[in-house]
Design a protein around this ligand. Structure first.
Ligand code: AMP
Ligand code: MG
Length: 407
């Protein structure tokens, strides 16, 4: 049995980032940037007005006071989207609007509420310092600046910045295609009437949803019956995927055939038993896939909670790595146990807890029964409390919690 950390090392050392694809700007939202973006021009490209007002030469207002104002001749008009017809001359003011280019010859702008406009004369009762209300060329970015690094997750601000640079389409890391296989003679897919001894296949849906949340594209490989050839055949349908995930059939029972099926496909197995609860039997293997290199395959346990938790700990980081993300782990916080949190087994516990935010920090309590078939405990879980084997975190003591969602 190996530690969670060792297992994750073995997995992450065997997966690598996918190639890029080009997508239209808005489709790049929440995707991982696959290129480093350099500004091709200064933004703004020319000095422009930050106010509606009058463009002037600062020198023409030196010494102006309320009592002895400067009187400038209105000589032009520059709307946003236009340009001045000629350069501003000494003794002149040009009407100007927010976003309009500063006319040549002018060096400052006085807001309209600070002047009196009297026919063709603009009366200014104070000094207008050079640069007032002027947004200088390149104040946001300069041509040649590296403005977004490869590997960055694109949010609305990044999309806006790319738009301002006219940078479209955008190179993003391809979304990993993840094949999901459920195994078991007892499983019935939706919508299906359940016969005696049958249960609905829930893992396929929960795992596909987890894949989507991690930025991958899930593909269902359906349900394999507990037969070596069926499992191997359905896994082989997924050889074109970037990752494969199966659930159930990885334990030591007579019907646990996933490892043997992987062996039939020539897979090399890198781990099996991991020191954790829920979850212990987890397989990670790679199938040789010709020019594509090796295809990573996870054999997760079948119990719905075990499948989801092992996905969290092992598959999600792998999808994120393959998808180009720099940050692979969930946030881990320290919380106070609001009630005792026992972990009776010898393995390290990843126990479902609800987390509350109080004055003194975070508080955590078990969601209830921790059975690995109890999906409602997963629904209630804000995070997984990480508790060493054979340990009870006493009420009031601190416990580390891996957060599964925003609080
Ligand atoms: P196994 O690892 O095959 O022994 O399965 C462990 C438990 O998980 C059994 O109770 C299975 O019925 C259940 N199980 C396996 N696969 C699924 C699935 N796709 N959806 C819901 N439960 C499952
Ligand atoms: Mg089974």
């Amino acid at each position: 049995m190996i530690s969670v950390e060792e297992a994750l090392d073995r997995i992450l050392s065997r997966v690598s980032v996918l190639g890029d694809e080009r997508v239209p700007l808005l489709a790049a939202l929440h995707r991982v940037l696959g290129e480093t973006v350099t500004a091709g021009l200064d933004i703004p490209p020319w000095p422009n007005s930050s106010m509606d007002g009058y463009a002037v030469r600062s020198a023409d207002t030196v010494g102006a006071t309320f009592e002895r104002p400067a009187r400038l001749t209105l000589g032009g008009r520059v709307p946003a989207g236009g340009v001045a017809e000629r350069a501003l001359r000494a003794g002149e003011a040009f009407r100007i609007f927010t976003g309009a280019p500063l006319p040549e010859g002018a060096d400052s702008i006085i807001p309209q509420e600070d002047v009196t406009a009297d026919g063709g004369t603009v009366v200014i009762g104070r000094l207008v310092p050079p640069g007032e209300c002027v947004r200088p060329r390149g104040e946001d970015m300069r041509a040649g600046d590296s403005v977004l690094e490869r590997g960055r997750v694109l949010g609305p601000a990044e999309i806006g910045l790319l738009a301002t640079l006219g940078h479209q389409p955008v190179r993003v890391v391809r979304r990993p295609v993840v094949g999901i296989l459920s195994t078991g003679d007892e499983l019935v897919d939706l919508p299906g009437a359940l016969g005696p001894g049958q249960i609905p296949n829930s893992n396929t849906y929960a795992l596909m949803a987890q894949v989507l949340e991690a930025g991958g594209e899930p593909v269902s490989l359906g349900i394999a019956r507990d037969r070596l050839d069926d499992i191997a055949e359905r896994l082989s349908w997924g050889l074109g995927c970037d990752l494969l995930v199966s659930s159930a059939g990885v334990s030591v029972g007579d019907h646990d055939l996933v490892k043997a099926a992987l062996g039939r496909l020539g897979a090399e197995q890198h781990l099996w038993l991991v020191d954790m609860r829920p979850g212990k039997p987890v397989t990670f293997a790679t199938i040789p896939a010709g020019a594509k290199g090796a295809l990573p395959v996870f054999g997760l346990p079948g119990n719905p909670v075990s499948a989801m938790v092992t996905f969290e700990l092992f598959v999600r980081p792998a999808i994120l790595r393959v998808g180009g993300h720099a940050r692979l782990s969930r946030p881990v916080i320290s919380a106070r146990a609001l009630l005792p949190i026992p972990n009776p087994g010898r393995r390290r516990g990843y126990l479902r807890v609800t987390v509350t935010r109080g004055d003194g920090g975070f508080g955590a309590r078990l969601t209830g029964e921790q059975g690995s078939g109890i999906l409602r405990s997963m629904v209630a879980a804000d995070g997984l409390a990480i508790v060493p084997g054979a340990t009870t975190v006493g009420r009031g003591e601190d416990v580390r919690v891996m957060l599964l969602r925003e609080l």
